[in-house]
Ligand binder design. Sequence first.
Ligand SMILES: Cc1cc2nc3c(=O)[nH]c(=O)nc-3n(C[C@H](O)[C@H](O)[C@H](O)COP(=O)(O)OP(=O)(O)OC[C@H]3O[C@@H](n4cnc5c(N)ncnc54)[C@H](O)[C@@H]3O)c2cc1C
Length: 394
Amino acid sequence: MISEKSPSISQSILINGGGIGGLTTALALAQKGIASQVLEQASEFQEVGAGLQVGPNAFRVFDQLGVTEAINALATFPESFTLMDALEARQIVQLPLGDGFRARFGFPYGLMHRADLHQVLLNACRRQTLIKLHTNSKCVSFMDTGNGVDVTLADGNLVSGSALVGADGLWSVVRQSIVGDGPPRLAGHICYRAIVPITQLPEDMRSNAMNLWVGPKMHMVLWPMRQGAYSNVTVVFHSDRFEEGWDTYGDPEELRERVANLDPKVRDFVMAIQDWRMYVLRDRDPIRDWSKGRVTLLGDAAHPMLQYLAQGACMAMEDAVSLADQVASHASDPAAAFKAYQQQRYLRTARVQLTARLYGHVYHAAGASADLRNEFLRTKTPAQIFESMAWIYE
Ligand SMILES: Cc1cc2nc3c(=O)[nH]c(=O)nc-3n(C[C@H](O)[C@H](O)[C@H](O)COP(=O)(O)OP(=O)(O)OC[C@H]3O[C@@H](n4cnc5c(N)ncnc54)[C@H](O)[C@@H]3O)c2cc1C
């Protein structure tokens, strides 16, 4: 229950959205001694969905926020990443992700259930007296008064703070007020995800490795999580048959049609899975300006991206520490802090947004384009491939 009269409210920063981005922002602000209130529309703080790849750049954030130990207890650290041709079942390239990778980037590559990561952040927020967490608090509108921001919730309550961070995801209400660029762009790709107990995998597909099969207009990813007890399976393909939402059943018949021509090992494995969830992939073109006065955006609200680089949540967490740094160094001027934060972040996140689209084309290439991809990657050493990713992970 939000009380308008609480003395902390007028001084704290309001964060709309209690996903990975919103909670990380609250933690990063608290670390700088800045109070915040997280407004989450759902009746509980929780994550839906499946697995999440966590790059070394996100582990750097965990380190800064003091949650590395809790993350390490839940993350799985794969030994390698293998790219396979889905039609021929031929290995294209294999990259070791062990000690050499850690030494190069200073931090590991991890695999987690997104609910586990969210829970670690939530537990850390609950230990912070500077953070107030509110559920059933859906922002429907807000007003920048010049001295602060008043948020109106769906139940009619008003909550006031010194500034507002829209961390409310792909369909951000805050974005619609300050950017107003309509719904996010449909990629034309849909994604089916499943979590399968490891015991249901064929023996020769069980390993502590990330495997990616690429084929014409589709790809499939398989990797272990929760200490190898489960496998995260993701199949993405081009389609205009979909239902909007995270947790819909979609049309698994279409999924089965799309894998029918693949290598029999991959095909039979996919065919055997019954419990799929479908997700419609959307992103936006990058923008330069996502702040207005005392209001800014963060994470998917600011720069939604396709998942091909597995960086959306990682970018949201990077945003959070950048935003907290800037708020701390412009203590009396949230508007200036938000402009400085956006300036620090927009080119990097734009590059990830655009490169993620490009990777989608590369993964889903067919014919000569696919041959070119395979040939190009086969001639590279793992060290050369890592260097091409260094701009993201460093
Ligand atoms: C298939 C797929 C795979 C992915 N894999 C990876 C990966 O491996 N690695 C990676 O880093 N990223 C990955 N991502 C991207 C990642 O999921 C997102 O970038 C990340 O979740 C964004 O976090 P966020 O906090 O900005 O937004 P969200 O996670 O969307 O959180 C927004 C929160 O705001 C709340 N909210 C929304 N509207 C309101 C409102 N009006 N009032 C109050 N609360 C509101 C929501 O309920 C939600 O809790 C993937 C995405 C997809 C689709």
